[in-house]
Design a protein around this ligand. Sequence first.
Ligand code: SF4
Ligand code: FES
Length: 903
Amino acid sequence: MPNEVRTTCAYCGVGCGIRARVTDVDQRQVQIEGDKLHPANLGRLCSKGSALGETLHLEGRCLHPRIQGKRASWKEATRFIADRFNALIADGGPEQIGMYLSGQLLTEDYYVANKLMKGFIGSANVDTNSRLCMSSAVAGHKRTFGEDLVPACYEDLEIADLLILAGANLAWCHPVLHQRVLAARAANPDKRLVVIDPRRTASCDGADLHLQIRPGSDALLFSGVLLIMQARGRIDKAFVASCTLGLEDTLAETCRAFTALYLELTGAEPGDELSEDQVLRVLESHCDLPLDELNTFLTLVEQQPRMTTVFSMGINQASNGTDKVNSITNLHLALGRIGKPGAAPFSMTGQPNAMGGREVGGLSNQLAAHLPFNEAGIAALGEFWQAPNMVKGPGLPAVDLFEAVYDGRIKAIWIMGTNPVVSLPNTDRIKAALQRCPLVIVSECIQDSATAAYADVLLPATGWGEKDGTVTNSERRISRQRAFLPAAGEARPDWWALASVARDMGHEDAFDYDSSHEIFSEHARLSGHAQDVDGLGRVFDISQLGELSAEVYDALEPKQWPLPARSESATSDDVSRLCSSQWLLSHRAEIISLGSLIAPAEAKGTSHLRLNTGRIRDQWHTMTRTGLAPRLNRHIDEPFVTIHISDAASRDIRSGDFVRLSNNWGDAVVKAQISADGRPGELFMPMHWSEQFARRSGCNALVAPLVDPVSAQPDNKGSSVDVTRIPRAEVSWRGFVVSKVKLPLPEMPYAARIRCEGGYRLELAGTEAQWLNLEKNLNATDPATIESNDSFRGDVRRICLQDGQLVHASFRCLMKDAGPNRLFLESALLRTHETQDEVLTLLAGRASDGIDCGAIVCACLSVGERTLEAAVLDGAQTVNALSLATRAGTNCGSCLPELKRFL
Ligand code: SF4
Ligand code: FES
């Protein structure tokens, strides 16, 4: 295995290239840096990508197969699964088998899973967590272009004169792309940036306009802009006439919807023709946006033909997500702003290989190679695979899939590389479903992931750095992920586990794969085979890569599709953009009449607030990997809910209070963060925390299983939740423990575990009895324990030393102060403490020089708020000066947007 490889990041859909250099293979020490040759990032990495080297150790890894908790050989495990699958097929049919996959699988894993399920088991009940991420975009693309096509490329974000971020916090969720945008703005002061988001996010820093829209009204906004552009004569008539269908009907339908809303709003008929002012009145009221901001936005749209609209979860995750997507594509098509440099609608995917999953038919309503899920598509695929049990039609999407597990229609589910008991809506129901299911198979890297707890069969999967294959990023660029470390224990690639089960089921020839190269070649050849089906052809074509030798596949440079083998299939020489006017002449795009301009939200009680969920800067999904990297736990280390100041005041909640959130679906306990960044009546909770890291703090326990009727994507941003402060009787103290070893999360109203340098920290709150119990468990009576109590304040400080090494330290206070400095005590786990002074310093919980840098802003270089504030007082007046003075932002740059708030 070479000790330096070029590979691709494990996290978001930007798909950054990475150079990984192994410095100590036994200790799994690896240096990570951005790949300057990769077109997605040109050498940049964000905080998550930069910290990948900290996540490669074997701690917590799943190393061996297990059946019912007992170690088993791979042979026993795959035979066990195959026998059970065959028995279910014989007794009740293949639909009793389900699979739930992940946008973090490699394309080769995804391909084999779908081939096994849809062609050989004969069940289309195979879906992926990408359903939660971008299935509304897929459905929107298919309605518009007839195929799941992303027309744009990253360069469009840089060269657009008007960049609109709709429901996309690029600064935190796609940070490297955001850095590219910031650099482009610095080079071109005339470039305009508009953010449409109910929250003020890091992406708003430096934006020309932030439309703090009412959640769920985006489709109304884009449709209103379409009506006004028509009234102002801005429709590109020639383009519309030759390249699109449906504009007139859509305009008439939109007009009718606005007329009804205007009537409802004012009680007055708008007259024969809806005027611009009347449309604006509807937008002002329903989107809750000031007229001057609406007018500024309209002027920008009118005057900047090079307009790119980037959209992500704020658009897709809605009960009208597909309509929201199409409101954006409609506007771009009507204005002729598509398929041109700097002008396109652009769906950003959340996961590293959501796009690769779409290529191989990862969703239950897709077939591989973008084939239509109809008789012709099924027949073509069956012929190519020589498959004996081709499915007859689409299967169940994620939420319905787990409902079928719950009610017993599905009796065996194989979950691969994802954590549905944390990430799906209504998580209590998902847990109950897995509890009831006769056979749960989990393929995982992490031994104690929240979902692995339900596994009857646990299969160890290779992780990042051990896997070998391909991923496709948001701009359709296929890149190699390459292995540079040996597999942990008996971990195997997911494609290998799938193929082994398939062979044990009797499908030896069709799954006789020896390498990811063989699978990729078959996948690429299939895309060529799919071209001849139904005479329509498909843009997704990578058949040029179907005959690569193993050596050429190994060395494959990043490539954007399409890559047709036959020149007559080429869309154009430059494949960086799709949907050119020339292509649209023969593939007319549909301008879609929308069924739902405003997202229906869950019915709510009078005291309820609307819950928005999303990501934070330094964590990824359910933290199974990023939670292992101390550096990534410094920026935001505990689960929280952001509450608007007015809602907090009316509920007597202050920052740092523990609050309980509850509704019909479940409950959670987290810390309150009071802010004016959101809108009154709305809450924000991060999606990351699971019971692996905190007790009862996952947001998805509160998310209703409400889905978009077209895409079946859940609405993660519209659930209704009640919030109350937890009374002092339940949390009479707050405190923390730092410890060399991983301690279990104690039974308390609030308990969170944070991986830190040298060990772990528990943040806790509870009753007196719970504190006493905790002390008992920590062996507080150990002779090496030194303590200091302040009986007046009720504060307790205890440290336990062994040979000068800090074993654990526990601190609690009854008052609401934050307590001693966590970073200082965490770092004390790494030092010896011999002298009296050193021990007293430990008890004091702060360095003797009194330096406390405050909450960490720059995770890479541990620069805290107080250091930044001091630098500003010392004269730093710009982000550059602040960076220079403190070094914040000088590594990955992810924290740069946040430095502004100190100026
Ligand atoms: S932006 Fe960050 S998380 Fe996303 S691919 Fe690049 S380095 Fe990885
Ligand atoms: S977080 Fe990476 S440089 Fe600040």
